[in-house]
Write a new protein. Structure first.
Length: 482
């Protein structure tokens, strides 16, 4: 949505005004959504261990083109003994539309109209072309992530040429493309997708930290959440379902607000409105991480689009109650209802939440097991090494489809880690230094499992639907409670 809003036409000043309001609402939603999670953390100085890299070690007067590329380590074996986590299979799924045809430069360039930036890698060096202004620093942080990937696995990433869209919602709509060669969808990288789009899903910027919202790099935040989890045991947590955020954005959220307990009804949900100004004044004390993990159940609901908060919610060790999402990011498609989370019915949210909480409080072992499985999913399968490996394999498989040899297009500018650290100050600099890959990996990326057969995908999706359906039937009283 934000992508479209960024280019209001000058003449339409009223439209511009409304668009500006929408942008602000969008910004605040993500903000509110997230600040709840990080709250008290932001006061502390992020980088406990920045001593190993000091930005002063960089010669900031050097032009990127003068900095030598990291050299491939020939001692690293060519293949890893480790199989990648299951969710890596979606890489094949996302690239399937181009599997038969490959990707021509013409197809790629069609994405110019919607992409924010083009990223080119030639001989391990990275170049960018900017088409549109991007909200905050999403694009730069994504580039930062790819530069770190090049540091982690020097000499392994093939030459690349890709388009990236940095907005909230998927843009390449399936209905606009028929499948004939002439109307092949342009390959476009993006942070989220949905069933009706062809966007190729790539890890979002939040893994390297979101300085504008004080969300630390995932590696750091993940550890803090894990430490928080040991402080209050599941059984000692409040036996209710917790959510805090901006209830005014999106019908799902407005609807969720109605599930808050009143004198008449107790839906077992505890819904809190995030009041930005008040929270800010108090230094987000009332919305810190410890508070977030003091409830046995945590609700996840989408706002404008997917929310980067899903991983933080799952990591809490509480059973996640996920209101049927419309969007997915690169790992969420492999989450299974009643195994990693409890699915909440959109049409009957309040009843559905109430039953889930009552069930969990009756069968605490099972609810804890689901909470634990959800947490393990993100804490184990979503370590930074795997985020890099996912990016590596996606880019590697994508590069195999290119029918031309990528070259640096006219106007593209080279960029490098040193330049991205030198060009910022304060929080941004700290996040970058902290999320910098310190040395190359001494092992290769995990082994990517072969492609899903289309039948496997439908079996998987059917299994997922069946699991959700079991909960729905149980809610209606048509099956046993366990
Ligand atoms: C870096 O060097 C290249 C090649 O010498 C030159 O084209 C480019 O303008 C320089 N960039 C900056 C930012 O000085
Ligand atoms: C939900 O109820 C609690 C307790 O009464 C209250 O503090 C909170 O503000 C309510 N939330 C909303 C969104 O109205
Ligand atoms: C939970 O246990 C109570 C008391 O035994 C029972 O009345 C209720 O139906 C149970 N609810 C669920 C959802 O299991
Ligand atoms: C889903 O449920 C249907 C009907 O119960 C069953 O026939 C089918 O085998 C199930 N599919 C999977 C993948 O579990």
């Amino acid at each position: 949505m934000i992508a479209r809003l960024q280019q209001p036409r000058r003449a339409q000043s009223t439209a511009v005004f409304f668009l500006a309001i929408l942008i602000i609402i969008g910004l605040i939603t993500q903000w509110l959504d997230i600040s709840i999670i990080t709250g008290s953390l932001q006061k502390k100085f992020l980088v406990q261990d920045s001593s190993s890299i000091n930005s002063e070690e960089f010669d900031c007067s050097l032009n990127c083109s003068k900095i030598p590329s990291p050299v491939k380590n020939d001692n690293v074996e060519s293949s890893s003994g480790m199989v990648c986590p299951d969710y890596f299979k979606w890489i094949h799924e996302d690239l399937r539309p181009w599997k038969e045809t490959g990707i021509s430069i013409k197809m790629l360039e069609e994405a110019k109209n919607v992409a924010h930036i083009r990223i080119i890698v030639v001989n391990g060096r990275l170049y960018t072309l900017r088409y549109k202004k991007v909200f905050q620093t999403r694009d730069i942080v994504t580039i930062w992530g790819i530069l770190q990937l090049l540091r982690l696995y020097p000499g392994r990433l093939p030459d690349l040429d890709l388009m990236l869209e940095c907005g909230d919602r998927p843009v390449i709509k399936k209905r606009d493309y028929g499948g004939r060669e002439a109307s092949m969808p342009p390959p476009l990288f993006h942070y989220s997708g949905d069933e009706s789009s062809y966007d190729i899903v790539f890890p979002d910027w939040s893994f390297w930290g979101w300085p504008e919202l004080n969300i630390k790099p995932w590696e750091v935040l993940k550890q803090e959440i894990q430490r928080g989890n040991t402080r209050i045991k599941w059984k000692d947590r409040e036996p209710y379902a917790y959510w805090k955020g901006n209830t005014r954005v999106g019908s799902e959220r407005r609807d969720l607000a109605k599930c808050n307990a009143t004198d008449q009804d107790d839906w077992k949900a505890r819904i809190f409105e995030m009041r930005w100004n008040e929270e800010k004044k108090q230094g987000f004390k009332s919305s810190d991480m410890a508070n977030q993990c003091t409830y046995r159940y945590k609700i996840y609901v989408e706002g404008v689009s997917w929310s980067v908060s899903q991983k933080y919610i799952l990591a809490c060790d509480s059973m996640a109650l996920i209101i049927k999402p419309h969007f997915y990011d690169f790992f969420t498609r492999s989450l299974l209802p009643s195994i990693h989370y409890w699915p909440i019915n959109t049409n009957n949210k309040c009843e559905s939440i109430k039953l889930a909480v009552e069930w969990g409080n009756n069968y605490t072992d099972k609810a804890q097991e689901i909470g634990r499985a959800g947490s393990n999913f993100v804490l184990e399968n979503l370590v930074m090494d795997y985020v890099y490996d996912y990016s590596f394999h996606l880019l590697n498989e994508y590069a195999k489809l290119l029918k031309y040899k990528p070259t640096v297009p006219e106007g593209a500018v080279e960029t490098c880690s040193e330049a991205l650290v030198c060009s910022v100050r304060g929080q941004k600099k700290r996040y970058r230094i902290h999320s910098m890959v310190k040395s190359m990996s001494d092992s290769p990326p995990c082994n990517l499992l072969p492609s899903f057969e289309p039948e496997d995908v439908s079996v998987f999706l059917e299994r997922k639907a069946n699991l959700t359906n079991q909960v729905v039937l149980w809610e209606r009283g048509e099956t046993d409670s366990n």
